[in-house]
Design a protein around this ligand. Structure first.
Ligand code: B12
Ligand code: SF4
Length: 521
């Protein structure tokens, strides 16, 4: 195979930024897969330049001008930036490939702008792209492995890409690792509800942890597992075999059902410093939070007691909630979350507006069938820039009023102070304050207030939100243009619009095709 000049770009940021939170944390949010792809390309003998874009780099200058093949990893919020980049690279003669959450959720749309769009990706899929490496236009080729890869390059192999990325992080330097893929639970809103649980090789994990001890005095590892600790004892055994007590700090996303007190004793002993469990709803998802059929205030009391217990073992906890679920109605869900904040002052509340990311989850078919998905530009689909599902039980102004009220309550000086007092250690105290005072507190209150104001005054807003038109309000177009800066001119024609029902249509087409095949047989 000819030796190719390859670029690999991980879009952690969707646009240039100067925000303090981004400066401190973006480099810590680098994804594992772009690094894995870079390793696989090198293993096949190619010349690779890797870039983790945190919003502070000049995208035009960082990759050599003569790359022949470019892999881009993007969340949906960075889709527009990825489309513009692909267009720019194609104009210079390169072949482009998209992977990551956006490619998995919106393959039909991404195929219009990339030569290859990858779903599940393993070494053989990358080999196929490298061997083929041809422009596919106007529609790119969609490739996907049968399932998640059975193994991935470990930290030692990815180190050449991890190290320069973490050099951009001023204080906290978190190394991304994986202990498992998929999940045994089936929460219908989740991208992993249909992906079988699969532990990764614990020997690789042990070797990676031992390697990190040679690189940092006290390493910090962020596990990217969808649900960390499903095979709890295997994982803890591996950590205990590789790491002397207290030498490595860990952060992980895990469900409350896995965070029992005996487990927490062991997590604390093994250096777990941050956990991000999902509570999601006071009326649903009882299996995940281990609260069974408990609902309403009963669930608040139970979850609060559980989270306070966790906080006695782990200093930083983010409790995640989804706002606008179909089970929610009236003031009560928002008031219950405020009671949770009062009862659990040490937890940082993470709010997501209900979002259907294309074909991420089976539940999205139901929203598309009901005609409830609104084509907000992808740039705003990050769980807070827009809610792309029409709420079932709220008018839009009433919904935003509740969201603003809850956000104000959660990030009021009183709550920030109570949170700081209830947080024992310095870094978590400080992180909570930056988050509350910048992006998630004041920033969101101002943004949501502007949306509410426009829902009442801007003649383009209500018709779009209420799906009487698909014409995107100028406010959103202007915002994407401003955010993208010099990359705006590379955004291809039509790149701001998408078909919100593409998943449903693809299912109907698949069914029609299989009927045709059966009839032909
Ligand atoms: C760990 C995680 C995080 C971590 C780490 C993020 C990171 N940079 O990787 C943190 C906590 C920082 C995070 C933050 C966010 N997250 Co998150 N996160 C996840 C989670 C739980 C696991 C993802 C993961 O790493 N899986 C392991 C990898 C190996 O598997 P995979 O993601 O399925 O990837 C496969 C393919 O897509 C492909 N692939 C993946 N990347 C690439 C890249 C290239 C170049 C190629 C070729 C292939 C490829 O190969 C993999 C193997 O088959 C998922 C939910 C889930 N259960 O999957 C949400 C998820 C990915 N996050 C989501 C969101 C919305 C966010 C935030 C925007 C939330 C917010 N408002 O802050 C931010 C964005 C952060 C950012 N820009 O980097 C959404 C994404 C939806 C979308 N279409 O954009 C998901 C799907 C959850 C959801 N709501 O449904 N997240
Ligand atoms: S427990 Fe978490 S990762 Fe697993 S299916 Fe439910 S939401 Fe997804």
């Amino acid at each position: 195979m000819r030796k190719l000049r390859i670029g690999v770009i991980d879009l952690v940021s969707k646009c240039p930024t100067r925000a303090m939170w981004a400066r401190v944390m973006h480099a810590n949010f680098a994804s594992i897969m772009p690094q894995a792809v870079a390793v696989w390309c090198q293993e096949e003998g190619h010349n690779v330049t890797y870039l983790c874009y945190t919003g502070f780099e000049n995208l035009a200058d960082e990759l050599p001008g003569n790359v022949e093949l470019v892999f881009i990893g993007a969340f949906t919020e960075a889709a527009q930036l990825s489309y513009a980049l692909s267009n720019q690279f194609r104009s210079r003669g390169a072949v482009t490939v998209l992977g990551g959450p956006h490619a998995r959720c919106y393959p039909q749309d991404a195929q219009k702008y990339f030569d290859y769009v990858l779903g599940f990706t393993d070494k053989s899929i990358i080999h196929e792209v490298l061997t083929d490496c041809a422009p596919n236009r106007p529609m790119g080729v969609h490739l996907s492995a049968a399932g998640q890869p059975s193994s991935l390059p470990g930290v030692r192999e990815r180190w050449a890409f991890i190290e320069p990325t973490l050099r951009k992080a001023p204080f906290i330097k978190m190394v991304p690792m994986l202990g498992s893929l998929g999940c045994p639970y089936q929460c219908s809103f989740c991208i992993d509800s249909v992906v079988p649980y699969q532990p990764l090789d614990m020997d690789v994990m042990k070797a990676d942890l031992a390697f990190l001890l040679t690189k940092f005095k006290r390493p910090l590892v962020g596990f990217h597992d969808p649900n960390f600790g499903v095979q709890f004892h295997n994982c803890m055994n591996a950590i205990e075999e590789a790491v002397p007590p207290g030498r490595i700090d860990f952060a992980a996303e895990s469900s409350l059902s896995l965070l029992s007190e005996p487990h927490l004793v062991r997590l604390k002993r093994n250096g777990f410093k941050a956990l991000l469990p999902g509570v999601e709803s006071w009326y649903d998802m009882g299996e995940k939070s281990h609260t069974g059929k408990l609902r309403g205030m009963g669930k608040v009391l139970e979850v609060s007691e559980h989270v306070n217990m966790i906080l006695r073992y782990v200093p930083y906890l983010q409790a995640n909630f989804v706002l606008g679920l179909d089970v929610d109605e009236g003031n009560e869900p928002f008031e219950l979350t405020k009671r949770f904040i009062d009862l659990t002052p040490g937890a940082f509340p993470g709010y997501s507006l209900l979002s259907a990311f294309g074909q991420a989850a089976p539940l999205n078919l139901h929203y598309q069938e009901a005609g409830r998905v609104i084509p907000f530009p992808f740039h705003f689909l990050n769980n807070n820039g827009a809610m792309n599902i029409a709420p079932k039980n709220y008018s839009w102004p009433a919904f935003y009023q509740h969201v603003i009220d809850l956000t104000r309550y959660s990030f009021s000086s009183r709550s920030i102070l109570k949170r700081a007092r209830a947080t024992r250690t310095f870094i978590p105290k400080w992180l909570n304050a930056i988050r509350a005072l910048s992006s998630e507190g004041n920033g969101r209150i101002a943004y949501y207030s502007e949306i509410l104001r426009r829902l009442n005054t801007d003649p383009q807003f209500r018709p779009f939100f209420e799906m009487q038109t698909t014409e995107i309000p100028q406010f959103y177009v202007d915002r994407v243009r401003k955010d993208m800066g010099s990359m705006w001119r590379w955004l291809p024609e039509g790149g701001l619009q998408h078909d919100p029902n593409a998943y449903l249509k693809s299912q109907v087409e698949d069914t029609a095709r299989s009927v045709e095949v059966r009839l032909a047989v």
